[in-house]
Ligand binder design. Structure first.
Ligand code: KDG
Length: 316
């Protein structure tokens, strides 16, 4: 059984050749992105077995994505190709010093992945792992994708552990309906990752981790990401387990994109290894630090024995 399967849209990503506005940057370097495939690429690099289920166009960008993701050791045999729709792409600018603000321009409307549905996605392959990792981005891609998310998150016997990263992307929801859908989807998951900022933007829930937990009591594990401060994990079992908080690492940030995915990968890696909550959070922060200090979405996580030495709780 494969450890983790992730399903979602991946895109060829264009990283700016220099800082500045989208209007001014003259050249871009090709890389790969896609929140869900980022998670499995990092997990595969960290020694887990992983599969990505997605849909790309029958075009060169689709070839590039499939080849690059496979290059991380991820199983791509269930990725389907759409002869009629293109692979999505997106461009972004460098974060402004201080605020990190940057521009993102998606060219993904009508993409091959936006046509994913229960009829053209291999559901058995999606459900064949110990963990199925999904994100709220998919729910914003189309009505079909939203229906697919409801199918995959429905309770059923033998369902894999369902991991859900809320990944609220406000620009996608401008045309996609109500981001409260993300709350419904999160309620059906076993492990949920959500940023404090996302809970405020998408659901109007402010007041910190406890308030978010009160709005989302169902998942067995809820991880609230608090940006540079750290992250808090709430667990329902064993009963009355107090929330665990771990501060984030201080690093010189090169680009924040992909850091949330790396965090999820670190947390899931430690979950698969049966580590306690605080160590799972520490692995999340450590993997995120690697992504934060690289220009693209993806960075190699630290080797497992090194990560274990850095995150062990003994003497903490
Ligand atoms: O988490 C990183 C992703 O946001 C990036 O790779 C692009 O998947 C992406 C999206 O839809 O924003």
């Amino acid at each position: 059984v494969v450890d983790v399967v992730a399903l979602g849209e991946s895109m060829v990503t264009f990283l700016p050749g220099r800082p500045g506005r989208l209007a001014d940057v003259p050249s871009f370097d090709r890389a790969i992105g896609g929140a869900e495939s980022n998670v499995v690429c990092v997990l595969a690099a960290a020694g887990h077995t992983a599969r990505w289920v997605g849909r790309v166009g029958a075009d060169g960008f689709g070839d590039h994505l499939v080849e690059r993701i496979a290059g991380y050791g991820v199983d791509v045999s269930s990725v389907s190709r759409d002869p009629a729709r293109p692979t999505g792409v997106y461009f972004r600018t460098a974060g402004e010093r201080g605020t990190g603000a940057h521009e993102v321009a998606y060219y993904r409307a009508g993409s091959a992945a936006s046509a994913m549905s229960a009829d053209n996605v291999d559901l058995a392959a999606a459900r064949a792992g110990r963990v199925l990792h999904l994100s709220g981005i998919t729910a914003a891609l189309s009505d079909d994708c939203r229906a697919l998310m409801h199918t995959l998150t429905a309770a059923r016997p033998g369902r894999p552990l369902l991991s859900f990263d809320v990944n609220h992307r406000p620009s996608l929801w401008r045309t996609a309906g109500d981001p409260l859908t993300l709350l419904d989807l999160a309620r059906r998951a076993d492990i949920v990752f959500v940023g404090e900022d996302e809970a405020a933007q998408a659901w109007g829930v402010t007041g910190g981790p406890q308030a978010i937990r009160a709005a989302l009591p169902e998942p067995g594990v809820l991880v609230v990401k608090q940006g540079e401060r750290g992250a808090t994990a709430f667990e329902r079992r064993p009963a009355a387990t107090p929330p665990a908080f771990e501060p984030a690492l201080h690093v010189d940030v090169v680009a924040t994109t992909g850091a949330g995915d790396a965090f999820a990968a670190g947390f899931l890696s430690a979950t698969l290894r049966g580590l306690p909550a605080r160590e799972r959070l520490r692995h999340g922060h450590l993997f995120a630090a690697a992504a934060l200090t690289a220009p693209g979405d993806l960075a190699a996580p630290p080797a497992r024995d090194h990560a274990d030495r850095l995150t062990a709780l003994d003497g903490a």
